[in-house]
Design a protein around this ligand. Structure first.
Ligand code: NAP
Length: 546
């Protein structure tokens, strides 16, 4: 196999491949590349590895994919050596797992921490990327693999007076490593997405007073987490092949297989029997083992949403609060489903208060709390669970200049455009793991990551073996994929949803109500994998190899 190009100016800083980000994607990617003997390095802005699981240390942070389907599947030894302790493992354990993987395969030696790439420029003459690191360094590389994470740029709200607050305040993504005192304190949480719902359930019985500032309620369902005993883990180890084989053929990349009897082919009683059973099952069963019509058929979705609304009414004692927790502007499961533990029951506690800020909006943050149009809430701690500049945020943060200096951020101003969610016309030799318009964020994330990493590794190897110094998505292939991704949205009720999966975030400039960005591929994991494999098998169709 051929390695690094000879044209680059400074041999010490030249690599075959640079991987940006040492999270779940970057860890596996660097393993594959260095196993092949390539000169590859991971550049990571943080001071350690782990990405999502290094950062999100907020109380209640845990998987909502099953631990066993979230873990890597690439190494039998790894599967045999690791013992998952909970069906849905918490953040500290998840970070330990990623460190275990990195240490087992001795991957840290290929990682540079505290290394934030602020700009990268394509050098057509040298057929390489030139990366500028904050602090002055330049790194030259033939290929760049972006593993920057789809939810790695948090978006705090823009509320007057935020800097005036004299208590503690954190966006959940930046929750400190040190213990944050909760006992006896007056805590305010803004945001009721998957993160806020985890935080609220976890801290309600620990804090003095908890005030939740809810703009829009979200549908959610019980996680039904439990411990995994030694015997169970031994059984899981025996079933690993079967588990991962199932993940490969289900749309979500999970073990959950959709019910394909047909919503309208069974009686109402049969539907309710299924839902009663799914509500008690762990994880996304209620979402992904359901009738597929709930994603596409308004009437089917409305019937199921009404079922879940009744569950909320049963679990929340105060009927006024219960009604406030039932979403009215979207149906169940058309946005990413948050999974909850003790969330609804938290509102039955006398120390937990729900403030509906769609009725009484927040006016400002003061030195001592939050002021709405209706009241002032005295607080010691504010938790911003207000989400992320999803999918494209990690790219926008780097000044990426491709052919003729064209900026990727300009090209993606009104939404991303990619080929297969892996590459972009005008940006040669740059590949993305879990990039915009890929099948990653809409499916079980690590399963999709392994697919991506394997495909990208094959592409890089193919280029090196065939003396290909430049690859780039053709404009026609990119336009076709972009249209395909858009068309896919139109088949789903998700098209009407207002959240990060439709590319909307009220905290970002330029995002108006009604903004739609087509940022994820919704065709399901098997179809996505088939498409990638088919492209590779046909000489990388749609990619210009030079
Ligand atoms: P999110 O789903 O975008 O939710 C943000 C919440 O903050 C929403 O309730 C939003 O209200 C509210 N909000 C935002 N800006 C606000 C403002 N200025 N004023 C008042 N409220 C505001 O973000 P997230 O909860 O962090 O979840 C993002 C994604 O992360 C999830 O969908 C999931 O994919 C991932 N996640 C995964 C896990 C896991 O795997 N275990 C856990 C947590 C998160 P509106 O709805 O009105 O905009």
């Amino acid at each position: 196999m051929t390695t690094a190009s000879a044209q680059a100016p400074s041999p010490q800083q030249v690599h075959d491949v640079v991987v940006l980000g040492a999270g779940v994607s970057g860890i596996y990617q660097i393993k594959r590349l260095t196993d092949l003997g390539l000169n590859a390095v991971v550049l990571e802005a943080d001071d350690d590895l782990g990405g999502t699981w290094y950062r999100n240390r907020y109380p209640g942070a845990r998987f909502d994919s099953e631990s066993v389907t979230y873990g890597y599947s690439f190494s039998r030894e790894l599967l045999d050596e690791w013992h998952w302790k909970e069906r849905y493992s918490g953040q500290p354990e998840n970070l330990r797992y990623l460190n275990f993987v990195a240490n087992k395969f001795n991957l840290r030696r290929f990682m540079r921490f505290n290394t934030r790439v602020e700009a990268m420029r394509w050098d057509e003459t040298g057929r390489c990327w030139r990366l500028s690191i904050i602090g002055g360094d330049e790194v030259v590389t033939r290929f760049v693999i972006c593993a920057v994470g789809p939810l790695s740029i948090p978006t705090p709200p823009r509320i007057e007076g935020m800097d005036d607050f004299r208590g503690e305040a954190y966006h959940t993504y930046y929750w400190p490593k040190e213990d944050v005192k909760l006992e006896g304190r007056r805590v305010g949480v803004i945001g009721t997405g998957a993160t806020g719902i985890q935080v609220i359930g976890a801290i309600a019985d620990k804090v003095g007073e908890l005030t939740v500032f809810q703009r829009r309620p979200n549908w959610c369902a019980p996680l039904n987490n439990s411990e995994i005993s030694d015997e169970e883990m031994a059984g899981i180890r025996k079933r690993y092949d079967e588990i991962f084989a199932t993940c490969k053929i289900t749309p979500g990349g999970f073990e959950h297989v959709p019910d394909r009897r047909g919503f309208w082919n069974v009686t109402r009683e049969e539907r309710v029997a299924l839902w009663d059973s799914l509500y008690g099952q762990p994880g996304f069963a209620i979402w992904l083992q359901n009738f597929t019509e709930i994603f596409t058929d308004e009437k089917a979705n409305a019937e199921f949403s009404a079922y879940i609304a009744d569950r909320i009414r049963q679990r929340v004692h105060d009927p006024v609060v219960a009604e406030k927790l039932i979403p009215r502007d979207h149906g169940f499961g058309v946005q990413r489903l948050p999974m909850e533990t003790n969330y609804l029951e938290a509102y039955n506690r006398s120390n937990v208060h729900l403030v509906d800020i769609s009725e009484t909006p927040i006016q400002r943050i003061t030195e001592t709390g939050i002021e709405t149009t209706d009241a002032h809430y005295e607080l010691d701690l504010i938790v911003y669970a207000t989400g992320f500049d999803a999918i494209t945020g990690g790219f926008d943060r780097i000044d990426i200049q491709g052919v003729d200096g064209a900026r990727l951020a300009d090209k993606w101003k009104d939404g991303p455009s990619t080929y297969l969610g892996t590459m972009v016309n005008g940006y040669p030799n740059l590949v993305m793991i879990a990039g915009p318009q890929s099948g990653s964020a809409s499916t079980n994330f690590p399963r999709a990551i392994e697919t991506h990493v394997d495909w990208i590794t094959d592409l890089v190897t193919y280029c090196l073996d065939h003396d290909i110094s430049r690859f780039e998505a053709s404009p026609e292939a990119e336009a076709m994929w972009n249209q395909h991704v858009r068309d896919m949205y139109q088949t789903l009720l998700m098209r009407n949803a207002k959240g990060w999966m439709t590319g909307y975030n009220s905290n970002l400039p330029g995002h108006e109500e009604g903004t739609r960005r087509y940022i994820v591929y919704n065709g399901g994991a098997p179809k996505y994998t088939r498409t990638l494999n088919d492209v590779a098998a046909n000489g990388y169709r749609g990619i210009v190899l030079a």
